[in-house]
Design a protein around this ligand. Structure first.
Ligand SMILES: Cc1cc2nc3c(=O)[nH]c(=O)nc-3n(C[C@H](O)[C@H](O)[C@H](O)COP(=O)(O)O)c2cc1C
Length: 218
């Protein structure tokens, strides 16, 4: 997750954050920001020429106060018109697939993740990751898998489910079975256990798109 403004103003520390080791590929660089023009220009000038970056992911899920106070991260979910402008500009500028990460909404009274997902679909976003919490939940409380399921039913682009005690490969299968999502994003379950991904290598002899596609190693 790097700042579009940081790249725009050629901040050295921000640039350093985009260093990629070839062993990490394929890789998505996640951008945060809320100025469509700055984001588009950064994509054209900085990200398009970078052959080591495969995907651009846009962050509209971060709950951190220092991010939302500038109108970035999950604060964008309060402004669907600006969301559309940002997505349109980044998709137009990018020569790589653009994906989006969101939460269910800002708070329980403004749950609009599916509405934002529809905008994403209309603007050519390639896949949508939904963290099944609102911004005001931060990382606590239960993630709502029912909402992820509804998003999968309501949208046509691939849905990547996120949140809710994913700590072992069988949890991934549980989420895929419950929500019918196309993929699962793992955050805290990978901290201290990066091998969780190795436990979920798609099996070559099964349908690689179904949940049966995972060979359990653990
Ligand atoms: C230490 C930490 C750093 C995170 N950094 C990012 C980030 O840079 N970009 C992002 O989209 N989400 C970030 N997240 C959120 C996770 O991607 C994920 O949405 C959230 O932790 C819920 O999933 P989990 O239950 O698997 O952890 C971060 C979470 C934690 C705990």
């Amino acid at each position: 997750m790097v700042s579009a403004k940081g790249l725009y103003y050629k901040d050295e520390n921000t640039k350093k954050l985009t260093t990629i080791d070839p062993r990490e590929k394929p890789i998505a660089l996640q951008l945060f920001g809320s100025d469509p023009e700055i984001m588009g220009e950064v994509v054209e000038k900085y990200i398009n020429p970078r052959e080591d970056i495969d995907i651009i992911d846009i962050n509209m899920g971060c709950p951190a106060p220092k991010i939302v106070k500038n109108g970035d991260g999950s604060a964008l979910m309060k402004n669907p018109n600006l969301v559309r402008e940002i997505l349109r500009e980044v998709v137009r500028a990018s020569n790589k697939p653009v994906t989006l990460k969101i939460r269910m909404g800002w708070d329980v009274d403004s749950i609009n993740g599916i509405e934002i997902g529809k905008i994403a679909e209309e603007e050519g976003i390639a896949a949508l990751t939904i963290h099944g919490r609102t911004r005001d939940m931060f990382y606590s409380g239960e993630a709502d898998w029912e909402y992820i399921k509804r998003a999968k039913e309501s949208l046509n682009i691939p849905i990547i489910g996120n949140g809710g005690d994913i700590f072992k490969p069988t949890d991934i299968i549980r989420m895929m079975e419950y929500t019918n999502c196309d993929g699962v994003a793992i955050g805290r379950g990978a901290m201290g256990n990066p091998w969780i991904f190795k436990g979920t290598i798609p099996s070559s002899d099964e349908n690689r798109y179904g949940h049966k596609a995972f060979r359990l190693i653990m």
